[in-house]
Design a protein around this ligand. Sequence first.
Ligand SMILES: [Zn+2]
Ligand SMILES: [Zn+2]
Length: 284
Amino acid sequence: MILRHCGQIVPAFRLATHSSRFSVAVRSIGVLREFAVLLGRSALDVLFPKVCMLCGKAVSGQDSDLCACCYGNIEKITGPVCTRCGTVFASPYGGDHLCGDCIARRPHYDCARSAGVYVGELRRAIQQFKFKRRSMLSAPLADFVACCCEPIGPQRGYAALVPVPLHLDRLRHRGYNQSLLLALHLGRQWRVPVERDYLRRINWSVSQISLRRSQRRRAVRGAFTCHSSRYVGKRLLLIDDVFTSGATVDECARTLKRYGAAAVDVLTVARTLRGPSECQVLNA
Ligand SMILES: [Zn+2]
Ligand SMILES: [Zn+2]
């Protein structure tokens, strides 16, 4: 049998031999390339061993930034929770349902969820992330949120992720907005655009530290604005690090809806449990 190959007429058996040699060569190059990458990674691991971002111990997994011990010590929220505000109920029995606060006063956001409880390793990680200039922690914290925060996710069809704006004084002092860093990581993973300054804080004089829940709500009233009505009829996702009283994200959601958003969900890395500890958290 005769076949035409590269403009030349060659016997079929020669072409088959030629093609199989070619595919073997390609496969060999692929194997060599993978080997070289692995070798490179191994050399890098030997020269610069990957360590846990929290405790400094060696990390065994290829992609993890936290060791198994630190990750395992994070208290994840598994429910039952309030279907709207995400408050964790004291009893571990029963299903999700509305809490008394949401029945008494419906928040402006539609659904708020947090991945973990603001205690222990997670609290330490967030405090280092915010107050010790360890912006690199945004990656493992965003990964933690992405894998532990049902039902919030790209399947809900968000038009954009909106980080909660940081107080200008804190932004100047810290040099970065921790909510924006988290939003950028999540946006990349979920392929959802991030609005860096669609939502703006216009009232800079109010500090919420040591205020009670109702006082916090009044303190942030009118503190935000949007620079356009770009998201009329769209669903947005607010991103923040810690959910405390919920006053700030509620006012953000009210503002976004005033500018036309049809729905606003809230996603935070952690939340405080209701009680005295709530007052100790800086809503920065
Ligand atoms: Zn660790
Ligand atoms: Zn609730």
